[in-house]
Design a protein around this ligand. Structure first.
Ligand code: SF4
Ligand code: SF4
Length: 95
């Protein structure tokens, strides 16, 4: 099992994190509008938590738009610098 399924820290690190970059317009158009920021710069967050994240952080989480998630979400890998920075916010041990 991926450590991400029991984490979710990077999806709830900062509202500016799940931003859009070089995704194709037609791919972004597939993301439900209520999960996208009003200015369409990225995913919509509430209290720094991406609204596409389901579950309880640190217990069991999942991305409800996994197949459509932005490039930045695909780039973040367990154990990289961004990952462990996000994990530290929640007091989770680095991996
Ligand atoms: S912070 Fe790391 S382990 Fe946690 S969900 Fe993100 S990539 Fe996965
Ligand atoms: S789109 Fe999915 S992977 Fe990206 S921050 Fe939101 S919940 Fe996490």
């Amino acid at each position: 099992m991926s450590p991400c399924q029991a984490c979710g820290a990077c999806c709830a690190y900062d509202s500016s994190w799940p931003r859009f970059s070089l995704e194709a317009e037609e791919d972004l158009a597939l993301i439900p509008a209520h999960l996208v920021a009003l200015d369409k710069s990225g995913m919509r967050s509430v209290d720094n938590r991406c609204t596409a994240l389901a579950g309880e952080i640190g217990k069991h989480v999942g991305c409800t738009i996994y197949g459509l998630r932005p490039d930045v979400c695909r780039a973040c890998q367990p154990g990289d610098e961004e990952c462990n920075t996000a994990r530290a916010k929640y007091g989770f041990a680095p991996i």
